[in-house]
Design a protein around this ligand. Structure first.
Ligand code: HEC
Ligand code: HEC
Ligand code: HEC
Ligand code: HEC
Ligand code: HEC
Ligand code: HEC
Ligand code: HEC
Length: 368
């Protein structure tokens, strides 16, 4: 309540007071002049139009007068109770715009990644033409492969030049207001041109980070980009029940605007120094990544194939390439589990000459 302003209730009381005085005055006219009005009550009659006055017999006591006076309110005086509701300002986009523009998703025009109206379904949704399909080999898609001198052109889709490339824009994931992101999540559906609601940030990420048949029409294998958040650890299938929020959203780890993820030890700093962790062999495993031990996908593990990585142990995918040569590539597993078998690496006659251990980390019993 602002100082100096009267509440409607006080006003009404004043009105009642005024009416009471009036009632008394009226009754005074018709009965003995013994009634003496001692107090003059401040009135605000000009605020309310009194449309009906019920006359009261002189004998009636004061309370009854008040009870039986009927006031028809014909005008409501608006009283300013609180400051007017201010419009919520749009969030400042400046910092996000800058960090996003420098991120892999915010800066993704690349002749080698299919700058065409077909592959753009995920790489630049607003350049996607749903009518485009793949062409016959060898020019299945408009793209420049590492071995190509020039971009090969498919006839079933259009090339998109850099200046026409929209990329993955703020409006792909957000409702906009006058070119500014409101921060509210929604998916811009290129088929309808309208935003659709999403239930969680994961609904957005998995629109593109998925496995699709893609170019299978031309015998290709499409894209295999599904990120599977499995494993018992963060789903708590097997672990200790805690109330702490386990990272089950992509954006729990990845900043959506830089895509940079939190590392395991950001949240699990304690295990680095815990003398019970890895049965007290933390130090021996300083060059073994968390996921080389905790991965639930049964991926193979080995020192990083890229020597620049200093031999850090990671999950790898070993395969035979088209020329028949074995090749090894580091892969990222998103499925951590609590259970770790020491013999994943310390198995008998392992190529790295690590001490042989059982799954539980014991010396093998039957050594002759
Ligand atoms: C279903 C969505 C989708 C479609 C369609 C798609 N991509 Fe991708 N593409 C992605 C995603 C997501 C990534 C990032 C993958 C990652 O890092 O796991 C990616 C990454 C790439 C990369 C980088 C290499 C890599 O694997 O990290 C290349 C090259 C590429 N895409 C080419 C293409 C070409 C060419 C086409 C058209 C034939 C295409 N993409 C169609 C979603 C898609
Ligand atoms: C791939 C989807 C995606 C794109 C593209 C994207 N964002 Fe976001 N944005 C998110 C997610 C996820 C959140 C987090 C929402 C949450 O945690 O509830 C978010 C949050 C925000 C917020 C509110 C919270 C904060 O961090 O301040 C703003 C503002 C925002 N984004 C602006 C932008 C702008 C500006 C762009 C373009 C440069 C952009 N976003 C592009 C997914 C995206
Ligand atoms: C419109 C499709 C699309 C959406 C939605 C999307 N991504 Fe992506 N994402 C891509 C493509 C395409 C790439 C590959 C970009 C490139 O390298 O050219 C990529 C790359 C990435 C990368 C790899 C960056 C690197 O290091 O190479 C991460 C991490 C990532 N996205 C996380 C996310 C997360 C988290 C979300 C949800 C908040 C999300 N993405 C939503 C299409 C998408
Ligand atoms: C527990 C944290 C965590 C969660 C949750 C998480 N990520 Fe990751 N993600 C990482 C880490 C750590 C890396 C490895 C980065 C590196 O080593 O460079 C990574 C790498 C990636 C990459 C690039 C590597 C690749 O496989 O090509 C993509 C793309 C990606 N994440 C997408 C996602 C998406 C989509 C989701 C949600 C479905 C998700 N991530 C959820 C932590 C997480
Ligand atoms: C955003 C924070 C966060 C990140 C990043 C994260 N975790 Fe977790 N993790 C948790 C929480 C919270 C729990 C459940 C509470 C707990 O047991 O500490 C958990 C549980 C676990 C557990 C099971 C513990 C138990 O007692 O059941 C393992 C193992 C684990 N995480 C491994 C990893 C690995 C490996 C990575 C990196 C790929 C990682 N975490 C990244 C937050 C995180
Ligand atoms: C050499 C294998 C190995 C490596 C590397 C490893 N761990 Fe573990 N971790 C284990 C084993 C085994 C357990 C089960 C408890 C035990 O016996 O110490 C465990 C347990 C855990 C737990 C459950 C808490 C607990 O004390 O029981 C968390 C969380 C965890 N690890 C996170 C991590 C993180 C984060 C990293 C990387 C910084 C990591 N681990 C690296 C083997 C490993
Ligand atoms: C992902 C692979 C991997 C797993 C799983 C693993 N280790 Fe190791 N461990 C190593 C590597 C690599 C070294 C050697 C480090 C070096 O060269 O100094 C090592 C070294 C050791 C050493 C020192 C003796 C030696 O062989 O060099 C002990 C003891 C040991 N590990 C115990 C364990 C126990 C106990 C477990 C299960 C809790 C375990 N390790 C699980 C990779 C692993």
């Amino acid at each position: 309540m602002l100082p100096g302003k009267r509440s409607p209730r006080i006003r009404l009381l004043l009105v009642f007071g005024a009416l009471l005085a009036l009632g008394l005055a009226l009754s005074a006219c018709t009965t003995e002049p013994e009634t003496i009005i001692e107090t003059v009550i401040e009135t605000v009659v000009e605020q309310v139009e009194v449309t009906r006055i019920v006359e009261q017999p002189a004998e009636t006591v004061v309370e009854t007068v008040i009870e039986e006076v009927e006031v028809e309110v014909t005008r409501i005086v608006e009283v300013e109770v609180e400051a007017p509701v201010e419009e919520i300002p749009l969030p400042d986009n400046t910092a996000i715009l800058a960090s996003y523009a420098a991120s892999p998703m915010g800066n993704n025009y690349d002749l080698g990644k299919g700058p065409n109206t077909y592959c753009s379904r995920c790489h630049s949704p607003q350049n996607w033409d749903p009518a485009s399909t793949t062409d016959r080999p060898p020019n299945c898609v408009t793209c420049k492969f590492p071995t190509d001198e020039e971009v090969r052109m498919a006839t079933t889709m259009d090339f998109v030049a850099e200046e026409d490339w929209v990329g993955i824009a703020c409006e792909t994931c957000h409702l906009m207001e006058g070119g500014i992101s409101t921060g509210i999540l929604a998916w811009l559906n290129q088929l309808t041109g309208e935003h659709e609601p999403v239930n969680s940030p994961n609904d957005l990420c998995t629109k593109c980070h998925l496995t699709s048949s893609g170019v299978s029409a031309s015998g290709g294998t499409g894209v295999t980009h599904e990120i599977y958040l499995g494993g018992s650890a963060h789903k708590n299938w097997a672990g200790v029940l805690t109330d702490v929020h386990r990272p089950d959203l992509c954006s729990d780890c990845h900043d959506p605007h830089t895509q940079v993820p939190l590392q395991c030890d950001t949240c699990h700093a304690a295990v680095l120094t815990l003398d019970t962790h890895i049965k007290g062999t933390n130090e021996e495993h300083a060059n073994v990544s968390c996921m080389a031990c905790h991965d639930a996908t049964e991926a193979e593990v080995a020192p990083h194939p890229d020597e620049e990585m200093g031999g850090e142990w990671v999950t790898v995918l070993n395969s035979i390439d088209r020329a028949g040569n074995p090749s090894s590539a580091a892969i990222v597993s998103h499925s951590p589990q609590w259970l770790v078998n020491c013999d994943r690496c310390h198995f008998a006659e392992n190529p790295w000459e690590l001490t042989e251990l059982t799954a539980a980390g014991e010396e093998p019993a039957d050594e002759d």
